[in-house]
Design a protein around this ligand. Sequence first.
Ligand SMILES: C[S@@+](CC[C@H](N)C(=O)[O-])C[C@H]1O[C@@H](n2cnc3c(N)ncnc32)[C@H](O)[C@@H]1O
Length: 241
Amino acid sequence: MMATLYGVGIGPGDPELLTLKAARIVGAVPVVAYFCKAGRPGHARTIAAPHLNPAAAHLRLEYPFTIEVPVGDPRYLIEIGRFYDAAAEQVGAELDQGRDVAVICEGDPFFYGSFMYLYDRLRDRFPTEVIPGITGMGGCWTRAGSPITHGDDVLTVLPGTLGAEAMAARLAGADAAVIMKVGRNLPKIRAALQDAGLLTRAIYVERGTMADEAIRPLAAVEGDDAPYFALILVPGRQRPR
Ligand SMILES: C[S@@+](CC[C@H](N)C(=O)[O-])C[C@H]1O[C@@H](n2cnc3c(N)ncnc32)[C@H](O)[C@@H]1O
Protein backbone atom coordinates (compact mmCIF):
# COMPACT_ATOMS: atom_id res chain seq x y z
CA MET A 1 0.00 0.00 0.00
CA MET A 2 1.40 3.40 -0.92
CA ALA A 3 1.31 6.11 1.70
CA THR A 4 -1.18 8.96 1.26
CA LEU A 5 -0.57 12.67 1.09
CA TYR A 6 -3.31 14.60 2.87
CA GLY A 7 -3.87 18.32 2.48
CA VAL A 8 -5.93 19.16 5.54
CA GLY A 9 -7.82 22.43 5.94
CA ILE A 10 -7.84 23.30 9.62
CA GLY A 11 -10.13 26.32 9.52
CA PRO A 12 -9.72 29.99 10.39
CA GLY A 13 -8.12 29.74 13.84
CA ASP A 14 -10.55 28.54 16.50
CA PRO A 15 -9.47 24.92 17.12
CA GLU A 16 -13.15 23.94 17.34
CA LEU A 17 -13.64 24.97 13.71
CA LEU A 18 -11.92 21.92 12.23
CA THR A 19 -14.13 19.40 10.45
CA LEU A 20 -14.54 15.95 12.02
CA LYS A 21 -12.61 14.50 9.09
CA ALA A 22 -9.70 16.91 9.53
CA ALA A 23 -9.49 16.14 13.26
CA ARG A 24 -9.59 12.38 12.60
CA ILE A 25 -6.79 12.52 10.04
CA VAL A 26 -4.42 14.82 11.95
CA GLY A 27 -5.02 12.72 15.06
CA ALA A 28 -3.89 9.56 13.30
CA VAL A 29 -1.12 10.30 10.77
CA PRO A 30 2.51 9.53 11.69
CA VAL A 31 3.82 12.71 10.03
CA VAL A 32 2.41 16.24 10.23
CA ALA A 33 3.92 18.84 7.88
CA TYR A 34 3.37 22.59 7.88
CA PHE A 35 4.71 25.73 6.27
CA CYS A 36 6.11 28.23 8.73
CA LYS A 37 8.39 31.19 9.18
CA ALA A 38 11.91 30.39 10.42
CA GLY A 39 12.07 30.48 14.21
CA ARG A 40 8.28 30.54 14.64
CA PRO A 41 6.06 27.67 15.81
CA GLY A 42 3.86 27.91 12.69
CA HIS A 43 0.28 29.24 12.59
CA ALA A 44 -1.18 25.97 11.32
CA ARG A 45 0.58 23.92 13.98
CA THR A 46 -0.66 26.26 16.71
CA ILE A 47 -4.26 26.08 15.47
CA ALA A 48 -4.29 22.29 15.07
CA ALA A 49 -2.23 21.52 18.21
CA PRO A 50 -5.09 20.12 20.35
CA HIS A 51 -5.94 17.61 17.63
CA LEU A 52 -2.50 16.36 16.53
CA ASN A 53 -1.37 12.79 17.09
CA PRO A 54 1.03 13.31 20.05
CA ALA A 55 3.37 10.67 18.58
CA ALA A 56 3.53 12.26 15.11
CA ALA A 57 6.83 13.47 13.69
CA HIS A 58 6.75 17.14 12.67
CA LEU A 59 8.11 18.23 9.32
CA ARG A 60 8.66 22.00 9.33
CA LEU A 61 8.71 23.55 5.87
CA GLU A 62 10.40 26.89 6.60
CA TYR A 63 9.94 29.65 4.04
CA PRO A 64 13.29 31.10 2.90
CA PHE A 65 11.63 34.54 3.16
CA THR A 66 8.15 35.92 3.73
CA ILE A 67 7.94 39.64 3.02
CA GLU A 68 11.69 40.34 2.61
CA VAL A 69 11.66 39.62 -1.17
CA PRO A 70 8.73 41.35 -2.92
CA VAL A 71 6.55 39.23 -5.24
CA GLY A 72 7.55 41.46 -8.20
CA ASP A 73 11.30 40.81 -7.69
CA PRO A 74 12.61 38.35 -10.35
CA ARG A 75 14.38 36.43 -7.57
CA TYR A 76 11.04 35.69 -5.95
CA LEU A 77 9.71 33.18 -8.47
CA ILE A 78 13.06 31.41 -8.83
CA GLU A 79 13.73 31.09 -5.12
CA ILE A 80 10.19 30.22 -4.08
CA GLY A 81 10.07 27.59 -6.85
CA ARG A 82 13.27 26.01 -5.52
CA PHE A 83 11.84 26.08 -2.00
CA TYR A 84 8.67 24.27 -3.06
CA ASP A 85 10.76 21.70 -5.01
CA ALA A 86 12.79 20.99 -1.85
CA ALA A 87 9.64 20.87 0.35
CA ALA A 88 8.03 18.39 -2.07
CA GLU A 89 11.16 16.24 -1.90
CA GLN A 90 11.06 16.21 1.90
CA VAL A 91 7.38 15.27 1.98
CA GLY A 92 7.91 12.75 -0.84
CA ALA A 93 10.74 11.08 1.11
CA GLU A 94 8.36 10.40 4.02
CA LEU A 95 5.71 9.04 1.67
CA ASP A 96 8.33 6.82 -0.04
CA GLN A 97 9.03 5.32 3.38
CA GLY A 98 5.35 4.35 3.62
CA ARG A 99 4.39 7.06 6.13
CA ASP A 100 1.19 9.03 5.54
CA VAL A 101 1.76 12.79 5.69
CA ALA A 102 -0.87 15.42 6.59
CA VAL A 103 0.05 18.89 5.42
CA ILE A 104 -2.03 21.12 7.70
CA CYS A 105 -3.26 24.32 6.10
CA GLU A 106 -4.92 27.41 7.56
CA GLY A 107 -8.45 27.81 6.24
CA ASP A 108 -9.01 25.81 3.06
CA PRO A 109 -6.01 24.23 1.28
CA PHE A 110 -7.17 25.26 -2.20
CA PHE A 111 -7.76 28.91 -1.34
CA TYR A 112 -4.50 30.92 -1.52
CA GLY A 113 -2.76 28.01 0.21
CA SER A 114 0.92 27.02 -0.17
CA PHE A 115 -0.20 23.39 -0.08
CA MET A 116 -1.26 23.73 -3.72
CA TYR A 117 2.40 23.89 -4.77
CA LEU A 118 3.09 20.55 -3.07
CA TYR A 119 -0.10 19.14 -4.56
CA ASP A 120 1.06 20.13 -8.07
CA ARG A 121 4.39 18.40 -7.52
CA LEU A 122 3.25 15.22 -5.75
CA ARG A 123 -0.27 14.29 -6.78
CA ASP A 124 0.88 12.18 -9.75
CA ARG A 125 3.31 10.20 -7.59
CA PHE A 126 1.22 9.45 -4.49
CA PRO A 127 -2.42 8.90 -3.55
CA THR A 128 -3.61 12.33 -2.46
CA GLU A 129 -6.65 13.46 -0.52
CA VAL A 130 -7.62 17.04 0.23
CA ILE A 131 -9.90 17.91 3.15
CA PRO A 132 -11.67 21.25 2.72
CA GLY A 133 -11.65 23.73 5.56
CA ILE A 134 -13.69 26.72 6.71
CA THR A 135 -11.97 29.69 5.10
CA GLY A 136 -10.49 32.57 7.05
CA MET A 137 -12.95 34.96 5.40
CA GLY A 138 -15.93 32.78 6.44
CA GLY A 139 -14.71 32.81 10.03
CA CYS A 140 -14.18 36.57 9.87
CA TRP A 141 -17.55 37.61 8.48
CA THR A 142 -19.25 35.32 10.98
CA ARG A 143 -17.36 36.85 13.93
CA ALA A 144 -17.98 40.36 12.57
CA GLY A 145 -21.71 39.60 12.46
CA SER A 146 -21.69 40.76 8.83
CA PRO A 147 -23.56 38.67 6.28
CA ILE A 148 -21.46 39.19 3.16
CA THR A 149 -23.72 38.63 0.13
CA HIS A 150 -27.44 38.90 -0.39
CA GLY A 151 -29.60 38.00 -3.36
CA ASP A 152 -27.62 38.59 -6.54
CA ASP A 153 -24.66 40.40 -4.95
CA VAL A 154 -21.33 39.49 -6.57
CA LEU A 155 -18.46 38.89 -4.15
CA THR A 156 -15.03 40.12 -5.26
CA VAL A 157 -12.05 38.55 -3.47
CA LEU A 158 -8.71 40.30 -3.88
CA PRO A 159 -5.21 39.76 -2.54
CA GLY A 160 -3.87 42.95 -0.92
CA THR A 161 -0.67 42.38 -2.88
CA LEU A 162 -2.37 43.56 -6.11
CA GLY A 163 -1.08 46.80 -7.59
CA ALA A 164 -2.99 49.96 -6.63
CA GLU A 165 -4.52 50.45 -10.09
CA ALA A 166 -5.65 46.85 -10.47
CA MET A 167 -7.13 46.92 -6.99
CA ALA A 168 -9.05 50.13 -7.62
CA ALA A 169 -10.36 48.77 -10.94
CA ARG A 170 -11.60 45.56 -9.29
CA LEU A 171 -13.27 47.45 -6.44
CA ALA A 172 -15.06 49.93 -8.68
CA GLY A 173 -18.64 48.76 -8.81
CA ALA A 174 -18.09 45.81 -6.45
CA ASP A 175 -21.21 44.76 -4.51
CA ALA A 176 -19.27 43.00 -1.77
CA ALA A 177 -15.55 42.41 -1.33
CA VAL A 178 -12.95 40.64 0.75
CA ILE A 179 -9.35 41.81 0.68
CA MET A 180 -6.85 39.24 1.93
CA LYS A 181 -3.14 39.56 2.81
CA VAL A 182 -3.39 43.00 4.39
CA GLY A 183 -0.07 43.41 6.26
CA ARG A 184 1.97 46.29 4.89
CA ASN A 185 -0.55 46.74 2.02
CA LEU A 186 -2.93 48.53 4.37
CA PRO A 187 -2.38 52.13 3.06
CA LYS A 188 -2.90 51.03 -0.56
CA ILE A 189 -6.06 49.09 0.36
CA ARG A 190 -7.44 52.02 2.33
CA ALA A 191 -6.84 54.38 -0.61
CA ALA A 192 -8.44 52.01 -3.12
CA LEU A 193 -11.54 51.56 -0.91
CA GLN A 194 -11.78 55.32 -0.44
CA ASP A 195 -11.64 55.85 -4.23
CA ALA A 196 -14.33 53.22 -4.75
CA GLY A 197 -16.57 54.85 -2.13
CA LEU A 198 -16.44 51.72 0.02
CA LEU A 199 -14.33 52.87 2.97
CA THR A 200 -17.28 53.57 5.24
CA ARG A 201 -18.59 50.02 4.76
CA ALA A 202 -15.21 48.33 5.25
CA ILE A 203 -14.55 46.20 8.35
CA TYR A 204 -11.08 45.25 9.51
CA VAL A 205 -10.69 41.79 11.07
CA GLU A 206 -7.46 40.69 12.69
CA ARG A 207 -6.99 37.03 13.77
CA GLY A 208 -10.69 36.29 13.30
CA THR A 209 -12.01 33.44 15.52
CA MET A 210 -8.75 33.33 17.50
CA ALA A 211 -8.51 34.18 21.21
CA ASP A 212 -6.95 37.58 20.47
CA GLU A 213 -9.12 38.63 17.51
CA ALA A 214 -9.77 42.33 16.85
CA ILE A 215 -12.66 43.65 14.75
CA ARG A 216 -13.38 47.31 13.98
CA PRO A 217 -14.44 49.65 11.17
CA LEU A 218 -11.48 50.12 8.84
CA ALA A 219 -11.97 53.88 9.12
CA ALA A 220 -11.10 53.59 12.84
CA VAL A 221 -7.85 51.65 12.25
CA GLU A 222 -4.77 53.78 12.77
CA GLY A 223 -1.31 53.17 11.38
CA ASP A 224 -0.04 51.73 8.11
CA ASP A 225 0.73 48.16 9.06
CA ALA A 226 -1.33 45.13 9.99
CA PRO A 227 -0.45 41.57 10.98
CA TYR A 228 -0.37 38.63 8.57
CA PHE A 229 -3.72 37.32 9.82
CA ALA A 230 -5.84 40.30 8.88
CA LEU A 231 -8.39 40.89 6.16
CA ILE A 232 -10.94 43.49 5.12
CA LEU A 233 -14.62 42.79 4.60
CA VAL A 234 -16.97 44.96 2.55
CA PRO A 235 -20.43 43.48 3.14
CA GLY A 236 -22.93 43.62 0.29
CA ARG A 237 -25.87 45.92 0.74
CA GLN A 238 -28.93 44.23 2.12
CA ARG A 239 -31.71 45.00 -0.33
CA PRO A 240 -35.30 44.91 0.83
CA ARG A 241 -37.14 41.86 -0.53
C1 LIG B 1 -2.09 32.76 2.29
S1 LIG B 1 -3.71 33.24 2.66
C2 LIG B 1 -4.41 31.72 3.18
C3 LIG B 1 -5.90 31.69 3.16
C4 LIG B 1 -6.50 30.41 3.73
N1 LIG B 1 -6.12 29.26 2.95
C5 LIG B 1 -8.01 30.50 3.85
O1 LIG B 1 -8.72 29.60 3.38
O2 LIG B 1 -8.48 31.47 4.44
C6 LIG B 1 -3.47 34.07 4.18
C7 LIG B 1 -4.40 35.25 4.36
O3 LIG B 1 -5.68 34.80 4.76
C8 LIG B 1 -6.30 35.76 5.58
N2 LIG B 1 -6.74 35.07 6.80
C9 LIG B 1 -6.80 33.74 6.97
N3 LIG B 1 -7.31 33.43 8.17
C10 LIG B 1 -7.59 34.61 8.80
C11 LIG B 1 -8.15 34.96 10.07
N4 LIG B 1 -8.49 34.01 10.94
N5 LIG B 1 -8.29 36.26 10.37
C12 LIG B 1 -7.93 37.22 9.49
N6 LIG B 1 -7.39 36.94 8.27
C13 LIG B 1 -7.23 35.66 7.91
C14 LIG B 1 -5.28 36.86 5.85
O4 LIG B 1 -5.57 37.92 4.99
C15 LIG B 1 -3.97 36.18 5.46
O5 LIG B 1 -3.02 37.13 5.00
